[in-house]
Design a protein around this ligand. Structure first.
Ligand SMILES: [Zn+2]
Length: 162
């Protein structure tokens, strides 16, 4: 009996740890968007679903934003979370939209990705946990970072339409 209580307490404590980790370090509370796979399938196109929810990658030079130069904000195609500004977008020559910084560190999460025999850092939306792309350390100043993001993971909001 004692053991069960201990296990229950342990699970409860772990849940608290998990919850506190979800919140950005800055202490800004972000409403999480959580949907089932079925709900995601209903609100995304099959191509978007494959990128955002199954961690796919669109073919280089096929996306609508790799060569897009308008002024505005790039938001998550899954939940409209504002992710990147056109101010930090640059042409990396890779065929995917590239940014040297996120709009705010709390907008995206990163984690190690060892899939396909590579060591990469995956970038996900902090609000809906959708896969966006990867971040590499070969970007321009001042950050030296290259957020290599799938066009299909993004929607664009032009500045004057905001
Ligand atoms: Zn999102």
């Amino acid at each position: 009996m004692k053991k069960i209580i201990l296990i229950t307490l342990y699970c409860f404590a772990m849940q608290l740890v998990a919850q506190s980790k979800k919140n950005p370090a800055e202490g800004i509370f972000m409403d999480k968007v959580e949907r089932t796979d079925k709900e995601w399938q209903a609100c995304l196109t099959p191509a978007e679903y494959q990128i955002l929810r199954e961690k796919g990658t669109e073919r280089a030079f096929t996306g609508k934003y790799y060569n897009h130069k308008e002024v505005g904000t790039y938001v998550c195609a899954g939940c409209d979370n504002e992710l990147f500004s056109s101010n930090t977008k640059y042409d990396s020559g890779s065929g995917w939209p590239a940014f040297y910084d996120a709009l705010d560190k709390s907008k995206v999460n990163t984690k190690m990705d060892y899939s396909f025999g590579m060591k990469r850092i995956e970038v996900t939306c902090a609000k809906c946990d959708s896969h966006l792309g990867h971040v590499f350390e070969d970007g321009p100043r001042p950050t030296g970072l290259r957020y290599c993001i799938n066009s299909l993971a993004l929607d664009f909001v032009a500045k004057d339409k905001k």
